[in-house]
Design a protein around this ligand. Structure first.
Ligand SMILES: Cc1cc2nc3c(=O)[nH]c(=O)nc-3n(C[C@H](O)[C@H](O)[C@H](O)COP(=O)(O)OP(=O)(O)OC[C@H]3O[C@@H](n4cnc5c(N)ncnc54)[C@H](O)[C@@H]3O)c2cc1C
Ligand code: SF4
Ligand code: SF4
Length: 410
């Protein structure tokens, strides 16, 4: 970590004041209003639907519109938080890895304390691989270590709803991978259900990045459950999809969608299964790239480097889950779950490293800025413009509904 950011380690620091002082953003005309985040990310087809902007907004002015994208629903104060906490806009994720103590090279799976190949002792119906995530959450919940878990409840194979599961039934009912983004960080705007709230969050790497930024750079004006999240579990991820587009892509190729119950992506293949587990089809996942979220190609984090525990199918045999334990909290969680999960130490970490390196190369090609863990954490709107203007990912004019409240109220 460079000295200039040392004071930002203090969670009581007022981040806007810090940024204003350092960058001269005190002039209100230089504030980064929501409509700039919309122009540069949401409507430039770069949004990966993590929900950080919704959680970061202190005036709860951002919600999810019917198009599934963050949209202004109240007045925007120009506080700039949606920009600063967006991993595709003002936040440089690879710098956050360093600040969080991960010194491993950018093209690796990051800091790993222990690895396992694992299966749940009693897998939940619909579990994706070894059912390990669900078993882990269930163990933490029944041991009283968490009061709830932010998970994505499948609503068919192409959509999911982010919920805070507060019973074993709800945790088990949310097993399986949804290849669509549910913006789970938006739930961090809820008030705590109890004073001793302790949550786990399951998310894709971009969602865990957003969570860590919210936790590290708290802001006294913001109401957020981020500080109540005690365990972050990341799912390996090369890309996510717009579920409706993925459905259309599959159907338009004449591939079977009726009876399709489960989708999996692993090592370059998209596989679709029926309810009885039989394979309906397998095809190179690249063929479905038109349905993938545009911003995913700029993401260098395959393995969820900032999680306490990361999991995926790569690195283990079919029907098992690869587990990377990364932190002290991760070690505690894994020990708690030992009676719920059958595991053997080790996995094919080489394969996980190869997938990580592939994501990094893809990000380096797609990003219009350098992938640089030593560069400043925050990226100003002007810097973004200088790097992205004139490219295919340049800011665009958002549709009127995206920031209607800015137009009429600010
Ligand atoms: C979009 C996406 C892309 C992935 N890509 C890869 C990949 O390329 N390679 C690889 O090895 N593994 C990938 N995975 C991870 C893999 O599909 C499994 O989730 C993982 O192996 C855990 O399996 P499990 O049986 O232990 O989990 P389960 O016990 O089935 O539990 C899965 C948990 O994930 C939560 N969840 C499901 N979908 C989402 C979502 N979209 N966002 C947030 N939480 C969610 C569920 O609510 C549940 O708590 C991906 C997962 C997703 C969601
Ligand atoms: S990528 Fe995440 S933080 Fe950025 S605009 Fe989309 S939902 Fe918001
Ligand atoms: S590829 Fe990266 S940005 Fe896209 S959903 Fe996965 S973690 Fe998020």
């Amino acid at each position: 970590m460079t000295a200039v950011y040392a004071d930002l380690q203090d969670p009581s620091a007022d981040i806007r004041a810090e940024i204003a002082e350092r960058s001269g953003l005190l002039d209100p005309l230089n504030k980064i209003w929501f409509h700039k985040t919309a122009a540069a990310v949401i409507d430039a087809d770069r949004c990966v639907r993590c929900g950080s902007c919704v959680a970061a907004c202190p005036s709860q002015s951002i919600a999810i519109a019917s198009d599934g994208l963050p949209t202004l629903v109240r007045m925007c104060t120009g506080c700039s938080a949606c920009w600063d906490y967006c991993p595709l806009a003002g936040l440089r994720p690879e710098r956050l890895w360093r600040i969080e103590g991960d010194e491993e090279p950018v093209d690796t799976a990051g800091r790993v304390l222990a690895t396992y190949t694992a299966r749940a002792a009693a897998p939940a119906a619909g579990a994706q691989d070894g059912g390990v995530v669900t078993a882990l959450l269930e163990a933490l919940f029944t041991a009283g270590q968490i009061t709830g878990a932010i998970v994505t409840k499948p609503q068919g194979p192409f959509a999911g709803e982010a919920i805070i599961a507060r019973t074993v039934e709800e945790i088990r009912g949310s097993a399986g991978s949804v290849y669509d983004q549910s913006l789970p960080l938006a739930l961090l705007n809820d008030p705590p259900a109890r004073p001793d709230e302790r949550l786990a969050l399951v998310g894709t790497p971009c969602q865990v990045t957003g969570l860590r930024a919210l936790q590290r750079y708290d802001w006294r004006y913001r109401r957020s459950l981020a500080s109540y999240v005690k365990y972050a579990i990341a799912l390996f991820c090369t890309r996510s999809f717009d579920g409706k587009k993925l459905f259309r892509e599959i159907a338009s190729r004449g591939l079977p969608v009726a009876g399709l119950q489960k989708i999996g992506v692993s090592e370059g293949k998209l596989e679709a299964h029926a309810g009885d587990g039989s394979l309906l089809f397998a095809a190179p996942v690249k063929e479905f790239d038109d349905a993938a979220l545009g911003g995913c190609s700029e993401c260098a984090d395959f393995s969820g480097r900032l999680a306490d525990i990361s999991v995926g199918s790569v690195g283990s045999a079919e029907g098992a889950t690869t587990v990377l334990v990364r932190s002290e909290a991760g070690i505690r969680a894994w020990e708690t779950a030992s009676n719920h999960i059958a595991s053997t130490p080790g996995c094919d970490l080489e394969r996980v490293q190869r997938s990580s390196a592939r994501n990094t190369r893809r990000a380096e090609a797609a990003l219009e800025r350098p992938l640089d863990p030593e560069a400043p954490l925050w990226i100003s709107y002007e810097e973004h413009l200088s790097e992205y203007s004139g490219t295919e990912r340049a800011p665009v004019t958002p549709p009127a509904h995206r920031s209607h409240h800015y137009t009429v109220a600010c």
